[in-house]
Design a protein around this ligand. Sequence first.
Ligand SMILES: [Zn+2]
Ligand SMILES: [Zn+2]
Length: 250
Amino acid sequence: MPLLDSLKALSWQTALPLFLVENLLVLLLAVGFGYLLQWLFGKGQALGPLYHPVSRQEMWLAACTLLLNTCITYAGFWLWQQGLILIRTDVSYRFILDFLVLFLGMDLAMYVFHYLIHHSVLYRWVHGLHHHYTSPQPIDLFVLHPIETVGFGGLWLLLMYVYPASFAAIVAYLTVNVLFGVLGHCGVEPFPASWARHPLLKHLGSSGFHFQHHQHDTYNFGFYTSLWDRLFGTYASSLTPGPSPVERGA
Ligand SMILES: [Zn+2]
Ligand SMILES: [Zn+2]
């Protein structure tokens, strides 16, 4: 694939700024999409207080996450250049298998990592920072302690090392990863209520599913699906939207 060939030939002087811009765009698009969801579903579908002012701490931590994510992207790029991470370029039915391996593999790995953080001293010193926000807003997706940003990034690189996925599946997975992150921190529930009764869709990690975790941190450690929480007995049904949006201070 010519695009991948030219990417692989990039020097670190070119690659690093490119990855910084890429991660910045992802952050801006994610936060923008979160506010778009609030605007679209804020009336009647709000899960908690909306439209809080972004604090200085949230800004600094999001900037730190941006820099670390850039370093993690570069680490993955370097491992790929060295031949330690393989990216397939074939376009075939294996795309579906690749996507499911990345989607469910990362969902399980992050469930375990997240559960362990909650049940160790790391909760107080590391993950408590993210849980300071009981009614998260879009930027809180990036408000993480540096240790957990590196932890989640490390899990992703490990999975890429273990499983050589196709380029298309990697791009699709990374897109879906951001979409679920936005969903979990946008404070509104865009999923129709009927999905909660659908045999397959009810397993997707809705907005209320992660919002519930911010409100009651002994449940819902998964991110994309509720499968692992249901399996390991940590599942609590998602919050349902209140009758009207609650404005901070109102
Ligand atoms: Zn969260
Ligand atoms: Zn947590």
